[in-house]
Design a protein around this ligand. Structure first.
Ligand code: HEC
Ligand code: HEC
Length: 210
């Protein structure tokens, strides 16, 4: 705790963005070009490739997802073609160490967090009621809470959020025994009954400050 506080103070003092404290963004730069075709040059996402925005997401979550794709805790469920594609991209000698992943993610976190184009519409009043069940982990503003291992949802591509809710419901995420966060999230799908619920809750998330 004391070490962390010192780091925070030091980062303020020398003007390093806090989010990148774990990795070296410059060292991560050369690892990113292979990601560009799907996630965009600045991590803004690309719907045509089904690849979400990764700019503006918490580093702890990006790191964990890369590790999940590498270990098979994500991207190996039957029928998950998109997850399998991404899993293939997470492997290879250059990404084999956690230090390399941390550098890559520090670089991703240097991208500007641009607003998304909204594509999902729904009943935001219903969505607000549904979101009550989500706030304890994802935060009141869907900003993500590291303590709960829960990612930021506000500002994420809305079509991607709907697709991931479908994936959790279908068991394409949260299936691995060691994936505690994913299993917790999968269990939450009891609250959302059908695609109308998915759209409504995502439409509400779209109203939160990005
Ligand atoms: C061939 C296209 C492709 C390439 C190249 C690619 N990705 Fe992905 N990535 C995807 C797709 C598609 C998904 C969504 C998978 C799903 O639907 O579950 C994804 C998901 C992710 C996620 C999870 C995001 C979240 O919010 O859950 C991260 C992190 C990620 N990619 C990082 C990277 C990085 C870093 C690279 C470069 C090393 C990369 N990707 C290269 C297609 C790609
Ligand atoms: C008990 C805590 C908890 C609650 C409550 C919860 N979530 Fe999650 N959620 C998580 C965790 C943890 C993850 C990350 C899972 C992982 O690491 O793969 C997640 C992931 C997600 C994702 C995937 C995001 C991405 O970038 O891939 C979506 C979408 C999501 N949650 C929506 C919701 C919605 C909507 C609700 C309310 C109905 C909700 N969550 C309630 C813990 C929770």
């Amino acid at each position: 705790m004391a070490v962390r506080l010192c780091c925070v103070l030091l980062c303020f003092a020398v003007g390093i963005p806090l989010a990148s404290a774990a990795g070296n963004a410059e060292a991560g730069r050369s690892l990113y070009p292979v990601c560009t075709a799907c996630h965009g040059a600045q991590g803004q996402g690309n719907r045509a490739m089904s690849a979400p925005k990764i700019a503006g997401q918490h580093g702890f979550y990006l790191l964990k997802q890369m590790q999940h794709f590498q270990s098979g805790a994500r991207g190996t469920a039957p029928g998950d073609a998109k997850g399998r594609q991404m899993a293939a991209m997470s492997k290879g000698p250059r990404l084999a160490s956690n230090a390399a992943l941390e550098n890559l993610i520090a670089y991703v976190q240097s991208f500007p967090d641009k607003k998304i184009v909204k594509t999902v519409s729904g009943d935001t009043d219903r969505g607000k009621d549904l979101y009550v069940a989500c706030a304890s982990c994802h935060g009141d503003e869907a900003q993500g809470l590291e303590m709960m291992a829960a990612p930021r949802l506000a500002g994420q591509n809305d079509w991607y959020l709907v697709a991931q809710l479908e994936n959790f419901a279908a068991g394409k995420r949260g299936y691995a025994p060691g994936d505690h966060g994913g299993r917790q999230m999968k269990a939450m799908m009891g609250v959302l009954k059908n695609s109308e619920d998915y759209r409504d809750v995502v439409a509400y998330i779209n109203t939160l400050s990005q």
